[in-house]
Design a protein around this ligand. Structure first.
Ligand SMILES: C[S@@+](CC[C@H](N)C(=O)[O-])C[C@H]1O[C@@H](n2cnc3c(N)ncnc32)[C@H](O)[C@@H]1O
Length: 256
């Protein structure tokens, strides 16, 4: 291999994207952290405004597919303010742990849960999806909602998911995906790149964070590619469901 090609490969291994911008790989975690530090106080309100409340239906579909039971222990990674874990508990699930890299998001979520009288059955912890502070084979279910797109190395996060799942454990990922109807994809594109950043500016007080949201969605792997990344991490019986014509998709896999 020529020195030039070797150098190119090394360079691309050291680089990644933050939305449409190419950046050094080691910069991404800090940039993502600053996005969520900035949006944390208005994160829940913005979710409702941006999706017209539909994010609640998507999260309910994730929990429904998981079919929680009282003996099922959940790890919700990139859990933010805790919607999925709280929904899991409400649906009859067992102990839930929320793990998120951003302390601000976790602390807003914890306060919100306490305001709603939720004190038991949920652990909140700060940690990185790529290097989870959990032992091998320790949870029955792993969920990640709107989180995988933000991690620097999604493949590494998927391998971590596999590591912490017990044999027989379930992996579910809810993430923005790729719209499967061309005319709708066009309308959605217009909405994402004009309305979202403007809403972000007015309500979220951070236009850049919502521009990043729109761009990061476009850079995220298509449904089939994510499925094969899951298989590469060892997950089996991989399948997915598109919701709202592929605006989001839920991917499912098992550690057998
Ligand atoms: C869009 S929010 C989703 C929050 C929540 N799951 C929900 O659906 O409302 C993305 C979350 O991913 C977290 N995050 C980003 N990179 C992460 C990483 N490497 N490890 C763990 N969490 C991460 C952010 O801090 C943020 O709380």
């Amino acid at each position: 291999m020529s020195e030039d090609i070797k150098e190119d490969r090394m360079e691309s291994a050291d680089r990644t994207h933050f939305g449409f911008h190419e950046i050094a790989r080691n910069e991404k975690v800090g940039l993502v952290r600053s996005v969520f530090d900035s949006v944390a106080p208005r994160y829940d309100l913005m979710n409702d405004l941006m999706s017209g409340g539909v994010h609640r239906i998507w999260k309910a579909a994730l929990i429904d597919w998981l079919r929680p039971t009282a003996h099922m222990e959940l790890l919700d990674v990139a859990g933010g303010t805790g919607d999925v874990a709280l929904g899991f508990r409400k649906a009859g699930g067992g102990k839930a742990t929320i793990c998120d890299i951003n302390e601000q998001m976790v602390s807003h979520g914890r306060d919100r849960a306490m305001d709603h009288g939720v004190f038991h059955g949920i652990n909140w912890c700060v940690g990185d999806a790529e290097n989870l502070p959990m032992p091998d084979c320790s949870v029955d279910a792993y969920t990640i909602a709107f989180g995988l797109r933000n991690v620097t190395e999604p493949q590494k996060a998927l391998m971590e998911a596999y590591r912490v799942l017990k044999p027989g454990g379930r992996f579910l990922c809810l993430e923005f995906s790729h719209v499967v109807i061309p005319w709708l994809a066009e309308v959605y594109d217009r909405y994402s790149f004009s309305v979202l950043p403007q809403l972000g500016h007015w309500v979220g007080k951070d236009r850049g964070a919502y521009q990043y949201l729109a761009e990061s969605i476009r850079k995220f792997p298509q449904q089939a590619e994510l499925a094969s990344m899951m298989q590469n991490s060892g997950l089996e019986l991989v399948s997915w469901r598109n919701l709202t014509c592929g605006v989001v998709a839920i991917h499912s896999g098992w550690r057998l």
